[in-house]
Design a protein. Structure first.
Length: 283
């Protein structure tokens, strides 16, 4: 039995099985991390059945909390690894897509392969209305639809888009680093943040409206998105994700997860080894 460490600093075991010629000779068994390192990291309070979230690192490492693990991209120790992941989207709880800055989309679990963008280098996010499609967005506001995700237009004359959030199949919002929100299709622009320059993401609750968040954890609410609070004493927030219960989570580059409203805390990567910082989050 040989012992190696994976991207999380956890052991991988290679077990050799012996048997008759018609039976399995070898099997590789890996200790796949599922989101709970110790009892001290267990969820506190009441949790909602089926509710969970995933964090994605810049290297394509995926960390699951109360959701099925469907795989990560190859670790940095491999010559085939990536280091430019910018977003993650999930059509359901059994699969997800990762997207890189160059527009390459990687499908894992039951998420279908629906295509990648070509000739780009500035993709910043991905959103999905269902299992049949997704949108990619570039820093210049260009939106690329795939599968049955319809095109509702792109933002023009911008160079600082940082995120995308959708209203089912009917439309999507884009948000810029300066807090400006652009609405397309059924997703109507309900307001923008002013006097900011560090916005990093946007999320929408089931009842409509949206939240946008800054790198410093300040959350701005618009439409039916409720006032649920902001983070304090942080400077490295990278994503905001809506919970089905009406709250939201914030994720930081070092793997912390901050909960607001009815969104339950389900643990995080805080204090754990990360090959690259966290860049995105999805429920």
């Amino acid at each position: 039995m040989g012992l190696n460490l994976d991207r999380h600093g956890l052991p991988q075991f290679l077990i050799t099985l012996t048997g008759a010629p018609t039976t399995l000779k070898q099997a590789e068994v890996k200790l796949v991390w599922k989101g709970v390192y110790s009892a001290s990291c267990a969820p506190t309070g009441t949790t909602v059945s089926g509710l969970g979230y995933r964090l994605a690192g810049g290297d394509g490492g995926v960390f699951d909390f109360k959701l099925p693990f469907e795989g990560s991209l190859v670790p940095p120790s491999s010559s085939f690894h990536v280091s430019n992941i910018k977003g993650i989207a999930s059509p359901d709880r059994r699969g997800y897509w990762l997207v890189g800055a160059t527009g390459n989309v990687y499908n894992l679990g039951d998420a279908k392969s629906l295509g990648s963008a070509s000739g780009v280098s500035d993709i910043v996010g991905i959103a999905s209305p269902n299992a049949g499609g997704y949108w990619l967005v570039g820093r210049n506001g260009k939106v690329f639809p795939f599968g049955d995700a319809k095109s509702f237009g792109s933002a023009k004359g911008v160079s600082d888009i940082v995120g995308i959030a959708n209203v089912d199949k009917g439309g999507y919002w884009l948000v810029g680093k300066n807090g400006k929100v652009f609405g397309f299709g059924d997703a109507k622009a309900l307001g923008s943040a002013t006097g900011v320059s560090d916005i990093v993401g946007i999320a929408s609750p089931a009842l409509g409206g949206y939240w946008i968040v800054g790198k410093n954890g300040k959350v701005f609410h618009f439409g039916n998105a409720k006032v649920l609070g902001s983070a304090s004493r942080v400077s490295d927030v990278v994503a905001i994700t809506s919970a089905d219960t009406g709250g939201y989570w914030l994720a930081t580059a070092d793997g912390r997860v901050l909960k607001f409203g009815d969104a339950p805390y389900l643990c995080s990567m805080a204090g754990k080894h990360l090959a690259m910082p966290i860049v995105a989050m999805v429920n």
